[in-house]
Ligand binder design. Structure first.
Ligand code: SF4
Ligand code: SF4
Length: 76
């Protein structure tokens, strides 16, 4: 399980990350950021992000940070 954080105001809306995600979890939002671009956003209601980092590696503006969430230990 993972998640990404997109620096909205550092994003130019180029959509390279949209195409990079193997699970199609990123889309271009309908908000406008401080630079006048429509930034990317994560849409992952089913928690499918694997922290693969492909989106972050692809971003030319280094606007994506990737986090890996630790699994909660289940006690019986
Ligand atoms: S880290 Fe991988 S799975 Fe998660 S949003 Fe980025 S490309 Fe998609
Ligand atoms: S690749 Fe980077 S700059 Fe381009 S839309 Fe995605 S987050 Fe924004």
């Amino acid at each position: 399980m993972g998640k990404i954080v997109i620096n909205e105001n550092g994003c130019k809306g180029c959509a390279l990350c949209v195409n990079a995600c193997p699970f199609s979890l990123i889309r271009i939002s309908d908000r406008i950021n401080s630079q006048g671009y429509y930034p990317a956003e994560l849409v992952d209601p089913e928690k499918r992000c694997t922290s693969c980092t492909l989106c972050a590696i692809t971003c030319p503006d280094v606007a994506i940070e990737v986090y890996r969430e630790k699994k909660a230990r289940v006690e019986k």
